[in-house]
Design a protein around this ligand. Structure first.
Ligand code: NAD
Length: 560
């Protein structure tokens, strides 16, 4: 773990420092190793960027093939600019890889598959143990990349890494999870089941969890014997590339994990490629529903986690302070850019009078650059996202709601952040369920408040919403909590817990419009192992005595 030292200079006040500041070196970056590729990769476990200062030079993001980083031939309009959301300074450029480059990465994964499939599960487990240790060692380095490209606060970015690391830790239990079954089904006859890998599989990731979501796929797909091609979000690919570097160091052979880049063309390439047997997608409904239907139509397995609108219910008997702190944390943390953000609060009965306290507590959050000590939430991902969020806030005002706290127009005190994508916590009250701010997933630091007279009315309101990712109820009553648990349709339910994402011994169980195919294939846990493997059953007969058959029996065997 690095030592945090706060620089004293006014320019860098409050910024996290890896080592004691060195006057001979620019305070902007801490590059102690030779530059290899983009800013995230040009770092080590103990030396990485920790301020929002402009980079001395900007390099294109490489792709990863056969355990090597390579630069794409893409130029000009085929490069997507990635900016630090706190400053909008350029950080890297992500290529729309050429068709030949994409083809080569699939060929590499296909070539690696037979040997990897036949590598013993114990050897694969050892690699996973090393991978886990390396992620722990590089935890802050990964978090730094997330702050730089995605905009989260450093503490929140560490949480992003942790929730992925936990999936890798759980994947170390693969020998247990892959065990088949055996049953003696008749005299001298037994049936065994095996779980075998699928082949080359692909994962398409969103921008909001640059480490966690690649880690929903890398450990499980690889430990089960598949080879994997990942497409990180074109908006923040750095963490996925660091993970690839760590996987190589852990011992994954060439081609077992490749990383490709691009946008729609790359996604379509992966969808259409006949060597790819399964697609894991996490992102919004527009892309996800398209990917699910096209991938399924082309005969691939597809798991797809989609958008959300998560409700918290406040019952009058709840612990008020716990409720207020929980909702504020879950609504505004990560600037509201979590699929499990609590974006709607249902105030039941007298809790409607708590609105002013909710507003006052929200005003206390510090909105600032993610590298700044004490910052509670950072900027949103792009200027386009900021403009969309602001227009949804305006739509609420236009449609008759009340803007109880308006975070538009916010700027942190430091002029270095003047060009960032800032939206401060915003609370909208008097909202009706037909208003745009309620029907749209805002994906920003905006909390929408609706009212209900009873728990049953609150449950009915939530169940009418087409999304079903998560929900939470705040109460001291076991009976009320149990009624909520039984009647609510959302797939991940918190009882006095604001973000009830289960740890990886369970699975991520969103439902309704928040997941494709009613959640038939969920991420991680035992269902994750099932997704990345196919079953084979073998029925064997070992006669204990010689039999002289009089005639072949052509009726359907009953094995009895
Ligand atoms: P997005 O759908 O815009 O992008 C996700 C991925 O799909 C990216 O890699 C992108 O390049 C690709 N993509 C985007 N549009 C595409 C198209 N039309 N055709 C083909 N590919 C396309 O999502 P995002 O903005 O990166 O992430 C935010 C969304 O993800 C939110 O809706 C959020 O709720 C959702 N999300 C869901 C979960 C979950 O588990 N349910 C988790 C995280 C994020």
């Amino acid at each position: 773990m690095f030592q945090r030292v706060v620089q004293k200079s006014a320019r860098s006040a409050g910024r996290l420092q890896l080592q004691a500041p060195r006057s001979s070196r620019s305070s902007r970056t801490l590059h102690t190793t030779p530059r290899r590729c983009n800013a995230s990769l040009n770092s080590t476990a103990t030396s990485f960027i920790r301020s929002h200062d402009k980079l001395a030079s900007v390099e294109n993001t490489p792709y990863f093939i056969d355990n090597a980083f390579k630069q794409s031939a893409a130029t000009g309009a085929q490069l997507v600019d990635v900016h630090d959301p706190a400053t909008n300074e350029l950080v890297t450029r992500v290529p729309q890889m050429t068709r030949d480059e994409l083809e080569a990465t699939i060929a590499s994964a296909a070539k690696a598959y037979p040997a990897w499939k036949n590598t013993s599960i114990m050897a694969r487990q050892q690699i996973m143990f090393k991978f886990v240790a390396l992620i722990r060692e590089n935890w802050d380095r990964l978090a730094s990349s997330i702050v730089l490209e995605q905009g989260k606060t450093f503490a929140d970015a560490r949480g992003d890494v942790l929730r992925g690391l936990q999936v890798a830790e759980a994947a170390c239990g693969a020998p247990e999870l892959l065990k088949g079954e055996v049953l003696e089904v008749a005299k001298d006859m037994e049936t065994r089941s095996y779980r075998e890998p699928l082949g080359v599989v692909a994962a398409i990731c969103p921008f909001n969890f640059p480490a966690m979501i690649p880690l929903w796929s890398i450990p499980i797909a690889c430990v089960t014997g598949n080879t994997l091609v990942i497409k990180p979000s074109e908006r923040d690919p750095g963490a996925a590339l660091i993970l690839a570097e760590l996987a190589r160091e852990a011992g994954l052979p060439d081609g077992v994990l490749n990383i490709v880049h691009g946008t729609h063309d790359t996604v379509n390439f992966l969808l259409e490629h006949e060597d790819i047997k399964a697609i894991s997608f996490v992102g919004g409904n527009k892309a996800g529903e398209y990917i699910f239907s096209k991938g399924s139509a082309l005969g691939k397995r597809v798991q797809a986690n989609l958008g959300a609108k998560n409700h918290a219910v406040a019952l009058p008997d709840c612990d008020k302070n716990h409720f207020i702190n929980s909702v504020i944390g879950a609504a505004f943390g990560a600037a509201g850019q979590r699929c499990m953000a609590l974006s709607v609060v249902v105030l039941v009965g007298e809790t409607q009078s708590w609105l002013p306290e909710l507003v006052e507590a929200s005003k206390k959050l510090s909105v600032n650059g993610g590298f700044i000590e004490g910052s509670d939430l950072g900027p949103v991902i792009t200027p386009h996202s900021k403009a969309r969020i602001e227009s949804l806030i305006q739509s609420a005002a236009d449609e008759g709601a009340t803007i109880a706290l308006d975070g538009r127009g916010f700027k942190p005190a430091d002029p270095a952040f003047a060009a960032g994508n800032w939206v401060a916590p915003t609370i909208i009250s008097d909202v009706k369920t037909d208003m745009t701010c309620y029907t749209e997933e805002i994906f920003g630091p905006v909390l929408v408040c609706v009212q209900a007279d009873s728990l049953d009315e609150a449950v009915e309101l939530i169940n009418r919403n087409p999304y079903g990712n998560g929900t939470a109820v705040f109460t001291r009553s076991g009976a009320a909590a149990e009624r909520f648990r039984r009647t609510i349709e959302a797939g991940q339910v918190g009882i006095n817990v604001p973000i009830p994402v289960p740890l990886p011994m369970f699975s991520f169980t969103g439902n309704k419009k928040s997941v494709a195919a009613g959640g038939a294939s969920t991420f991680y846990g035992r269902p994750g192992i099932n997704f990345y493997t196919q079953q084979k059953t073998v029925t064997a007969l070992w006669k204990s005595e010689d039999v002289v058959a009089k005639k072949a029996d052509v009726s359907m065997p009953t094995q009895s």
